[in-house]
Design a protein around this ligand. Structure first.
Ligand code: NAP
Length: 339
């Protein structure tokens, strides 16, 4: 683990101050195959002990499993670590008994229902940042955000976030209530926010919590062509992990590795440090579910990329270099951010 205190960043003009890296807990319950529960909880404890203060979850990650895991991890953490922790929760995804995704519900009554259940599962009286995971196409963003604003007024939510929305929705939401941060995919190989969304967020004073900073492990330096992925693993269906696309993307990782090796750091640390270097308003969410991966990720905070390093990285992995879209087409269709 790092030996120096973690640097902090503030989420937007109105949001909380958080550690410069947050811990994304999704993979501890879902989407990347089996995870070891004991190791996952130990990873949350290690993150808190190292100074990470932001934990990210969704009520649909393992259909409540992830919130219950965070509840247990916080209950069993030292009080000082627990008291510093902020929990960011996504809601809105509807699922059936088999776990299939059925769509999104952003109606005000649904927002309040989702929040009531999350508070119960988390064992807390408030959620630090609350956001719908994907906009409900049948409900104006103003209504969904307005419902969260009422939860802020009643003290059950501290800050309002957004997830995977485009510039126009950012503006409409910000006109209703202060927005702390937009959670959105951003990495060396997922750079679509740079054209319009990031400048708009900056203009509006909205921070970015970046996910998929390692492109779900693809650019971590640990992913190999022969890795077997189980049926429930998102990556088994993700275009970037298939056939020729995977080969081309791993070729990019090889180029990144040359730069990382020359600096004496790991590929994952280089990829995380690149996102950190894109602005003080960006907080990468690290999807570590094991303590060794967490330690590696936190090491990125000690990596400085100078102008020469950034230029070399840009040359090795140009902005549009990735092969394949970041989601399967059915899921791309839910992304307001890609319209
Ligand atoms: N708002 C949204 O739409 C949305 C979508 C997705 C995720 N999120 C949030 O963002 C968080 C992060 O996303 P993500 O998990 O896809 O991000 P990620 O950090 O790109 O990928 C995490 C995966 O990378 C692999 N990895 C290899 N080395 C690592 C290292 N040193 N540190 C961390 N991971 C390493 C791990 O796989 P192995 O364990 O197999 O090695 C891990 O499962 C999620 O947990 C979730 O909270 C939000």
């Amino acid at each position: 683990m790092t030996t120096t205190p973690l640097p902090h960043r503030t989420l937007g003009r109105t949001g909380p101050e958080v550690s410069a890296l947050g811990l994304g807990c999704m993979g501890m319950s879902a989407l990347y195959g089996e995870a070891d529960r004991g190791e996952a909880i130990a990873t949350v404890h290690a993150a808190l002990a190292a100074g990470v203060t932001l934990l990210d979850t969704g009520d649909f990650y393992g259909m409540g499993h992830n919130e219950l895991l965070i509840n247990e991890a916080l209950r069993t953490a030292p009080a000082a670590d627990r008291d510093r922790a902020l929990v960011s929760v996504k809601f809105g995804a509807l699922r059936d008994v088999h776990g299939a995704f059925l769509g999104y519900d952003g109606r005000p009554a649904a927002v309040k229902n989702f929040a009531a259940y999350s508070l119960q599962r988390l064992g807390t009286d408030h959620i630090d940042v609350y956001r719908i995971a994907r906009l409900d196409p049948d409900v104006p963003v103003e209504e969904t955000v307005g419902a969260i604003a009422e939860l802020v007024e009643s003290g059950h939510v501290r800050h309002i976030g957004l997830s995977e929305v485009g510039a126009e929705s950012l503006r409409r939401a910000a006109a209703v209530a202060p927005i702390s941060d937009l959670q959105i995919e951003y990495s060396l190989i997922s750079r679509s926010i740079e054209a319009e969304i990031l400048p708009t967020a900056r203009e509006l004073g909205i921070g970015i919590t970046a996910y998929g900073v390692l492109s779900r492990g693809l650019i971590s330096g640990h992913f190999s062509r022969d890795r077997e992925l189980g049926a429930g693993d998102f990556r088994a269906m993700s275009p970037r992990f298939q056939g020729d696309n995977l080969d081309r993307n791993l070729d990019l990782v090889d180029k990144l590795r040359e730069i990382a090796d020359a600096k004496g750091v790991s590929v994952a640390q280089t990829a995380i440090a690149w996102v950190l270097a894109q602005g003080e308003d960006i907080v990468p969410l690290i999807g570590a579910r094991r303590r060794d991966r967490l330690a590696e990720a936190l090491g990125a905070l000690e990596v400085t990329l100078d102008a020469g390093d950034l230029a070399a990285i840009e040359k090795a992995v140009p902005a549009d270099a990735a092969a394949g879209e970041r989601y399967p087409s059915a899921q791309m269709a839910h992304l307001d951010s890609e319209r």
